[in-house]
Design a protein around this ligand. Structure first.
Ligand code: ZN
Length: 256
């Protein structure tokens, strides 16, 4: 779960950075600073200082610098959230229960991951149909081997509203399909339509390997349509945050 900023600040204020660090690094107090041998580089004389008042550590040898949270992350190999949880546990600070708002967002995100996975499975099958052959042929013409196509989970979005039909038949509510960026409402007819049509697609994944969006290259000649199209932003997909190297490599493979 995520913690809000005010809670993170309160944890930083309530724990003593000197107490925490001295559990891992022997410190000697000299004036306002506490000194020890730096855990981030090898040294025999202490150039690592911890300042309780300013709430940070600083190494004059290697330049390592940070607060009690980064110290735990780096020396104990914890994530940001794990570091905060550890600080709370050690200091007896109660961890706030997830708020109703957080629980709602977690539930909604989970629904989006599920439907995006279902969409990816559907699109993957389409690549090997008569209609999807244009996509498969295109990928082959890009010198992509069967293995690469499988590894990158490259797939094909057919014409029409086949994805919406497929997902609705599986019981997925239209709202979830729209929220996942897989369909849009037509302003003219007020009916939903598949967001990706007649495109070779590559799934975009997050750092945990979950599908959060798709990118696609069009397979038909139509100057009114964009040649390349990415999923719109959603609860689980933010363009600034989520376009990883791997997704870009995939994109490059098909967007030429
Ligand atoms: Zn150092």
């Amino acid at each position: 779960m995520a913690f809000d900023k005010a809670f993170i600040e309160s944890v930083r204020d309530r724990v003593s950075i000197v107490d925490v660090i001295s559990r891992y690094v022997p410190l000697t107090r000299k004036g306002k600073e506490n000194w020890g041998c730096c855990p981030f580089h090898t040294e025999k004389t202490a150039s690592f200082s911890v300042n309780e008042e300013k709430n940070f550590y600083h190494c004059f040898g290697c330049g390592a610098h940070g607060d009690v949270i980064t110290f735990l992350m780096q020396t104990q190999h914890l994530t940001f959230i794990e570091a905060i949880e550890k600080l709370c546990q050690d200091a007896g600070i109660p961890i706030p229960a997830a708020t109703a708002e957080q629980r709602r967002r977690d539930k909604e995100s989970h629904e989006l991951y599920e439907v995006l996975k279902m969409a990816a499975d559907f699109y993957k099958e389409q690549l090997y149909t008569e209609e999807g052959k244009v996509g498969l042929d295109y990928l082959k013409s890009r010198q992509l081997s069967d293995e690469m196509i499988a590894n990158f989970h490259l797939c094909y979005a057919p014409a029409g509203n086949k994805l919406i039909q497929h997902l609705k038949a599986k019981g997925v509510p239209l709202k979830v399909i729209l929220d996942a960026g897989l369909a849009r409402m037509s302003e003219r007819t007020h009916t939903p339509y598949d967001y990706f049509r007649e495109r070779v697609l590559f799934p975009i994944t997050d750092s945990r390997g979950r599908i959060i969006a798709f990118g696609g290259r069009i397979m038909v000649k139509d100057d009114n349509l964009p040649k390349y199209l990415n999923s719109p932003e959603s609860l689980v997909f933010s363009k600034g945050r989520n376009l990883y190297g791997l997704a870009q490599a995939r994109a490059e493979a098909i967007e030429k």
